[in-house]
Design a protein around this ligand. Structure first.
Ligand SMILES: [Zn+2]
Ligand SMILES: [Zn+2]
Length: 152
């Protein structure tokens, strides 16, 4: 964990406490993994999170991971982006949007300011582009470099 990962987890735990939720091993573990993912793809699936927790020795049921994620999304600590048939989860503390490879599911985070004009245009026609608890903001679907060059 880098310092900024630790800071993000600490801030998220503070928000959990304010909402009356204890800092359980499962919640803490999920937050640790989500914060760590920010430096890479940014988002993880429930299966990936569950696997990562088990590898770290945090013995939790898959259903617990689902429940923790639902709580984090309800509190606005995490948000979701659909990729193919699965849902990915990422920390929502830093405003960002997403570019997703529709073929392999690879994902990159886009800085909020790069899509601000699109969001303003949506608001202007009466659509809230970032309602709490919903798949967040703008998702650009395309194909990554690896998938473009891969032989068919
Ligand atoms: Zn995200
Ligand atoms: Zn790809």
């Amino acid at each position: 964990m880098t310092t900024s990962e630790t800071d993000r987890v600490t801030a998220a735990v503070r928000r959990l406490r304010r909402a009356g939720l204890r800092n359980t091993a499962a919640r803490r573990g999920v937050l640790d993994q989500l914060a760590h993912a920010v430096g890479g793809r940014g988002h993880l699936t429930v299966t990936e999170l569950h696997h990562a927790l088990l590898v770290r020795g945090v013995a939790v049921e898959l259903s617990t991971v689902h429940r923790v994620l639902r709580q984090l999304v309800e509190l606005g600590i995490a948000h979701t982006v659909p990729v193919g048939r699965t849902t990915t989860f990422g920390l929502a503390d830093d405003a960002h949007h997403h570019a997703v490879c529709g073929t392999c599911g690879d994902m990159r985070q886009l800085p909020a300011e790069t899509v601000e004009a699109s969001l303003a245009a949506a608001r202007a026609v009466g659509i809230d582009p970032d309602p709490p608890g919903q798949p967040s903001g703008v998702v650009v679907y395309g194909r990554c470099a690896g998938c473009r060059t891969a032989p068919r």
